[in-house]
Design a protein around this ligand. Sequence first.
Ligand SMILES: [Zn+2]
Length: 474
Amino acid sequence: MNPRILFALACAATFTPSLHAAPLRAGAATVDITPQIFPINMPGGFSANAAESAHDPLHARALVLDDGTTTIAMVVVDNLGAGPDVLDEVKALAASRTGMDPAKMLISSTHTHSGPSLNTRSAEAAAYWMLFVEGTADAIIKAHAALRPAAFGAAAHPLPDEVFNRRWFLKPGKMPPNPFGKLDQVKMNPGTSSEVLDRPAGPTDPDITVISVQDTKRKPIALFANYALHYVGGMPKGQLSADYFGEFARIMPSRMGGNESFVAMMSNGASGDINNIPFGVTRPPREPFEQIRIVAQKAADTAWLAQRKIEKHQTDVRLGTRQREITLRYRRPSAEQVAEARAVLVVKDKDAVENLPRLAQNYARNVVAAVEQPEETIKVQLQAMRIGDLAVCGIPFETLVEIGLDLKKRSPFPQTMVIGLANGRHGYLPTPEQHALGGYETWLGTNRVQEDASVILTQNLLEMLAELHSAPAP
Ligand SMILES: [Zn+2]
């Protein structure tokens, strides 16, 4: 008899009876993907920012689940935003070594702003690209090799105090011109002055959602968390860091009583307009890395409280996945916008440049790049997964929180996790209503696709979730 079936029979006495051919199996692994060659550029800001060392290590963290019919991987990498090109290489390599289907691998970036570039423009950068591909694939391969009988649960608990909507309406007369010389209705990161601030332009999502996986003796195998918080920042200068995502992963084993094989990971939710700045309040000064530690500890406490809500971890867990390639139109500037951008770019005199609106030449370059860019459309990858009664959505954008909240509300599943920067990174994804208000996230260059893209992607994800929800048991 097949050893898997023998094992299932042997376990049937101690497990909840399984509805499937095999009980759930799970494996998790972590691989260090810290760059080895310095300096290396950190592309999180508007100007070049070279790291001379790593403050704390960067990792690829993988959870692989198998229900006897379907095998899925959920992977989190410490990076600002890995593109589909490099992630497709990772998936192909991992697939060749595990036999897994690349379309059933969800790889998301944490969006740490103190992570290294991923490109092949120099020999040093190409060396890191290779290290990233091999390390991230290795995490999946090791997690797959560690598959063992397991039980699963999911729950959420709120941590409202560390998330703030960063788009604000300002008091009359306080709005500075945007880089295009126009007045937006809302401003990103408007400071903390009560003279300037009127009201936030959107909500927050306070929930930390967790996937908890245990072995048959109830020892934790992995905890996969998700929080709609852009990042924390406040790093020592010139150093790489995994931000609070890394610190969360280091603290969580002590919360969960996990041994050295236990893997915790924090993925980025729909956090395009959510950050850790308490607008309207003056926070006392912090040492470098101190606020990261504070947020990580609170997030770890909240994740612990969330997993405590799981009444019973299940072994008869159905897995399912859907993946769609969606074609979106690139946003094109108008002839007037192009003419204005070219006029801004001919300004060379230092004083005259300083009199331009802030970032005017950066965004003028974006406008010219958008008109010169030869392709009309871009294909983006959407993923939806089902793990028992939990739905997982993967969106390859910096997804604004309104979109995540909307998906959670309209999902047919009792719990839904929305992961941003999943399987790629194609700029910001605002809703059409946010496009009308303007602000950083909507500026051409920061956002690159048609203004109703969020409506199209949400509709597709809801269809994919409906398919997963209604699919008959195998
Ligand atoms: Zn961002």
